[in-house]
Design a protein around this ligand. Structure first.
Ligand code: HEM
Length: 414
């Protein structure tokens, strides 16, 4: 194995680095010279009591790790590759109650139950309501624009539909949506000082969501309705979620379905604004392949992690039981072994075997079809009502160790 030319101490999970850019040139270097590489960190900086992780950067290796849960655990240290130095181990362990951070057989049991809420039929049943939402979100953004036609795309358009979709899915009544949205936002942004959200405030918001959702679950147990929540919780016993399991599931939805889709939409818009020929093509043909290319291009989750369950070898490296292994989806999605001209934003790309929704295996994104639906609905609404949108400044990026986030994107209706 060659030695990669990276500056001493370079860390792919450094939130300051990700606030400035996604390190694409460094990923390219790693894929070529050291596709599985030990990335050393000062002890404890990630919140884990160790001195680094293995960075996995090739598409094939990310897939291999994702599809071998018996060798690579999501439970031992959770799927989150970096918390912050001050987090307590108990707080990390508390996150192991959500499905993202479970291993088989617990994971299999919970996933089989919640899957019922995500059948093609369930997702189709949300389509009409979400289409109307998408149109009203875009109309309202236009109303709120400055006299010159300027507005922030992230807060006026990208934020709203993912929140509404989750609220719709779990049947949150209109009057309660604002508080659910507030709690969800507080849980996601703990790494960015601009939002000034303490870890405690994030935990409090999570506890409020769990309590609120347990209330919904209890009500549906008492009085089942024809909705998804009733399907998940109504009958007692085998094959259903208990009220607290449902509470943790809602937390997962609020984290997994919210910022991810929001950032796919913001990056998608930015990609269209900087590739006007693709926007013209979209407006004319509305290719079905668009949403998948937006997710590949955006790769909202830069990385998740696993922990080796035994000593093993990967990409020629000897990995020890207990070592953390980072799956860099952003790198896999630009691997030239798999994608022709990966640096091009091409909404007709087909096939497009990107790993933006995960590398396959048991944890593959449960909300993929909902995310694709949301992306299609919002860009159709934008193309209909705001066909001449123009950029009005560079995006401002989120500070995060593992999300490729945009927190502000000024645009003008031209
Ligand atoms: C563009 C938007 C989205 C992206 C990029 C995304 C990405 C991902 C990724 C990378 C994983 C982890 C895969 C793994 O560990 O192997 C995941 C899991 C998950 N996602 Fe998504 N996601 C998106 C939207 C959504 C939405 C809209 C929902 C639901 C409302 C959702 C719900 C979930 C859940 C529940 C899991 C955990 C599945 C499990 O552990 O079995 N996601 N997603």
């Amino acid at each position: 194995m060659q030695c990669p030319h990276l500056p001493e101490g370079f860390d792919f999970t450094d939130p300051d680095l990700l606030q400035s850019r996604v390190p694409h040139p460094e990923f390219a270097e790693m894929r070529q010279t050291a596709p599985v590489w030990w990335c050393a960190q000062p002890r404890g900086i990630s919140g884990f009591d160790d001195e680094g992780y293995w960075a996995v950067t090739r598409h094939a290796d990310v897939k291999y790790v994702s599809t071998h849960p018996e060798l690579f655990s999501s439970h031992t240290n959770t799927a989150v590759i970096r918390f912050n130095e001050s987090i307590k181990r108990e707080a990390i362990d508390a996150q192991r109650l959500i499905m993202l951070n479970m291993d088989p057989p617990e994971h299999t049991r919970v996933r089989q139950i919640v899957q019922r809420g995500f059948t093609p039929r369930s997702i189709r049943s949300l389509e009409e309501a979400l289409r109307n939402r998408a149109h009203s979100i875009v109309a309202k953004a236009l109303e709120n624009a400055s006299p010159e036609g300027g507005f922030d795309f992230v807060n006026n358009i990208a934020v709203e539909l993912p929140l509404q979709a989750i609220a719709e899915l779990i049947g949150v009544p209109q009057e309660d949506r604002a508080k659910i949205f507030d709690w969800s936002n507080k849980m996601a942004a703990y790494d960015d000082p601009e939002y000034a959200i303490t870890a405690e405030a994030g935990m409090e918001a999570a506890a409020e969501i769990v309590a609120y959702s347990m209330g919904i679950a209890a009500a549906r147990k008492e009085c089942p309705a024809k909705d998804i929540v009733s399907q998940l919780v109504a009958a007692e016993g085998e094959g259903n979620l208990s009220s607290d399991e449902f509470g943790f599931f809602v937390i997962l939805l609020a984290v997994a379905g919210n910022e991810t889709t929001r950032n796919a939409i913001s990056h998608g818009m930015h990609a269209f604004l900087t590739h006007p020929e693709q926007w013209e093509l979209y407006k004319r043909d509305r290719p079905e392949t668009t949403a998948e290319e937006i997710v590949r291009w955006a790769t909202p989750v830069v990385s998740f992690q696993r922990t080796a369950t035994q000593d093993l070898e990967l990409g020629g490296q000897k990995i020890k039981a207990g070592d953390r292994v980072g799956l860099f989806y952003s790198s896999a999605n630009n691997d030239p072994e798999v994608f022709d001209a990966p640096e091009q934003f091409d909404i007709t790309r087909d096939p497009n075997p990107h790993l933006g929704f995960g590398g396959g295996g048991p944890h593959f994104c449960l909300g993929k079809s909902l995310a694709v639906l949301e992306i299609n609905l919002i860009f159709n609404a934008i193309a209909d009502a705001l066909p001449n949108l123009k950029p009005a400044g560079d995006p401002r990026r989120l500070r995060s160790a593992w999300l490729n986030g945009i927190k502000e994107l000024q645009v003008t209706t031209g």
